[in-house]
Design a protein around this ligand. Structure first.
Ligand SMILES: NC(=O)c1ccc[n+]([C@@H]2O[C@H](COP(=O)([O-])OP(=O)(O)OC[C@H]3O[C@@H](n4cnc5c(N)ncnc54)[C@H](OP(=O)(O)O)[C@@H]3O)[C@@H](O)[C@H]2O)c1
Length: 246
């Protein structure tokens, strides 16, 4: 049977690459984001190139009570939704004490509360259909705070913990919970990404994420090498080395 995946935050970057990767694997797709022009162009490309069914919907994950109805609506267009990927996220840099707490709020609202709203709507549907797979895109910043990006690091650490708790809560309900920890990926999430170590192409990252989803892994670290070796050590790394690297 054809599998269906919803990707929230699919208009560009890792989400768009994941859409392409899943389309090559024969998935039908529901794509959501705010930018409808990018979303429609991607949907047209995937329908033409892979002959798969692609539905789209406009969604701002920060739009509170509207998130669940939009997700329910797009899920109802398919017979069944197998995978929901909460990928929408923003990255921001600021110096503590500059007074711009609003920037931190925007990051935490999007990356944490926005993801929770998506995950909650997905779990409600999965409980009704007695099964499904929730995937949250966290970050290596969940393992150790990145200097200059405290709110981002906190949002991702919280998302990782949220999904860990959910996995245990939902065990026995035929609902898989996966948390993905990408290293630095070449996207437009922030200017200057190219200066970060081990920068990966989004297509490679998408391939590894799709492999991990197929294997129903709890934790996916991408690209696996070198980050699966570095992350355990990163927790113990002296602050001075962390500061030099990041
Ligand atoms: N790039 C990296 O190095 C890296 C590393 C670790 C983790 N990640 C995580 O991977 C995910 C994707 O990042 P990316 O690098 O692909 O970034 P990106 O190229 O900037 O793409 C971000 C995606 O999220 C969507 N989005 C942002 N705010 C949204 C909102 N309020 N409502 C709905 N959709 C929203 C964007 O769509 P619209 O703007 O059209 O709404 C876009 O599709 C994020 O969660 C990010 O934190 C990225």
């Amino acid at each position: 049977m054809v599998q269906t995946a919803l990707i929230v935050g699919a208009s560009r970057g890792i989400g768009a690459s994941l859409a392409r990767e899943l389309a090559t694997r024969g998935y039908q797709l529901g794509l959501l984001a705010r930018n409808q022009e990018q979303l429609h162009a991607l949907a047209a490309e995937l329908r033409q190139q892979f002959g798969v069914r692609v539905e789209t919907a406009a969604l701002d994950v920060c739009a509170g009570d509207t998130v669940a109805p939009v997700l329910e609506n797009i899920m109802q267009r398919f017979e069944r939704t197998d995978v929901v990927i909460a990928n929408a996220g923003v990255l921001g840099w600021r110096r503590a004490g500059d007074g711009n707490v609003a920037e931190d709020r925007r990051i935490i609202e999007t990356n944490l509360m926005g993801a929770i709203a998506v995950i909650d709507a997905a779990v409600a549907q999965f409980k009704r259909q007695k099964g499904g797979h929730v995937v949250g895109i966290s970050s290596i910043a969940a393992y150790r705070g990145i200097p200059g990006s405290a709110a981002y690091s906190a949002s991702k650490a919280a998302l990782t913990n949220y999904l860990d708790a959910l996995r245990m809560e939902l065990s026995g309900k035929n609902i898989t919970v996966t948390v993905v920890h990408p290293g630095f990926v070449k996207t437009d999430i922030a200017p200057g990404m190219e200066k970060y170590p081990f920068l990966a192409e989004p297509a490679k990252v998408a391939r590894e994420i799709a492999d991990g989803i197929a294997r129903k892994k709890n934790n996916i670290i991408v690209p696996r090498f070198p980050w699966s070796l570095i992350l355990p050590a990163m927790r113990m790394m002296p602050d001075s080395i962390m500061k030099k690297i990041f």
